[in-house]
Design a protein around this ligand. Structure first.
Ligand SMILES: [Zn+2]
Length: 292
């Protein structure tokens, strides 16, 4: 298991390195977003600041890498550099709009090669969307909404907090001590608990919070924030008995409740940003590659 996860991570690192080194396609909507005062907009929504926790940045990154390796031990990345480059560029553009910039945080985005419809985040800044979910999307703004929701989980340290709760904080103490052996053991225990967490899902409140953050991040990046509501509407229209959807439905609050909560939180505050859009040609080209 350990070895499988390690080799999957090596593959992941190689593919993502190639993806990141690719030509810089400009997600250059900065001129537009500079004019927007989204600080006012995020009043009453969570600030785009990650909560100050006690877990040091390096430990959070290390744990995130182990959890990603665990996920990639189960499902491989799509072996198409163009696809991975695209999702990394879009994801990093979104992450740039937050308090965790790329200078200190190693944001990595990937498309997982499975029909299962889902998306995942890991501490430190790892975000994955499945091929199954990607091909259901209609536009780059919808993809931005999904990635921004996952970025929201990372910013708010939802997985770290859930792990802290489920292990009653004991393991985290070992993460903080100077002994590297104890650190290692703590990371291994937390990785095991983290994999169970992916199967169980986060708290409902964390999902609603990530939805609220997601629309703000997407708006700030120059995308129509209502696109995330479109994604939820699409998901709501799918057959809940489809085995490809079972994990997502069992690990998330009812989609209609997410839509209702998000609608209430947005309360017309984002209406002015609904007209924002990006050209969809590059999105459609990548989606076609995933449909082949
Ligand atoms: Zn979520």
């Amino acid at each position: 298991m350990k070895r499988a996860a390690g080799s999957a991570l090596a593959t992941c690192a190689g593919l993502l390195a190639a993806a990141i080194a690719g030509n810089a396609v400009a997600f250059d909507l900065k001129g537009l977003t500079d004019k927007l005062d989204l600080d006012k907009l995020s009043e009453g929504v969570e600030k785009l600041q990650y909560a100050t926790g006690k877990v040091p940045r390096t430990k959070e990154i290390e744990l995130g890498e182990e959890l990603s390796a665990g996920l990639l031990g189960a499902v491989k990345l799509v072996g198409d550099t163009q696809v991975q480059t695209y999702v990394n560029q879009l994801g990093r553009w979104l992450a740039e709009q937050t308090s965790r910039n790329q200078k200190k945080w190693p944001w990595r985005f990937g498309v997982l090669d499975t029909r299962t419809v889902n998306a995942f985040a890991a501490p430190g800044g790892h975000v994955f969307i499945t091929r199954g979910l990607f091909v259901l999307l209609e536009s780059e703004a919808e993809l931005a909404g999904v990635l921004a929701h996952e970025i929201g989980h990372v910013l708010e340290k939802h997985h770290l907090q859930a792990l802290q709760k489920s292990t009653r904080g004991e393991v985290f103490k070992d993460l903080m001590v100077k002994s590297s052996e104890k650190n290692r053991e703590a990371i291994e225990k937390l990785t095991g608990a983290g994999m169970a967490l992916y199967a169980r899902g986060l708290e409902r409140e964390d999902e609603y919070a990530a939805d609220r953050l997601g629309v703000v991040i997407a708006a700030r990046a120059g995308y129509d924030p209502f696109a995330l509501l479109n994604v939820l509407t699409t998901i709501d229209s799918l057959d809940p008995h489809d085995p490809d959807l079972a994990l997502m439905f069992s690990t998330h609050p009812p989609t209609r409740e997410r839509l209702a909560q998000l609608d209430r939180a947005m309360e017309g505050k984002l209406d002015g940003y609904a007209a924002q859009s990006a050209p969809d040609a590059r999105f459609l080209q990548i989606r076609n590659r995933l449909l082949q």
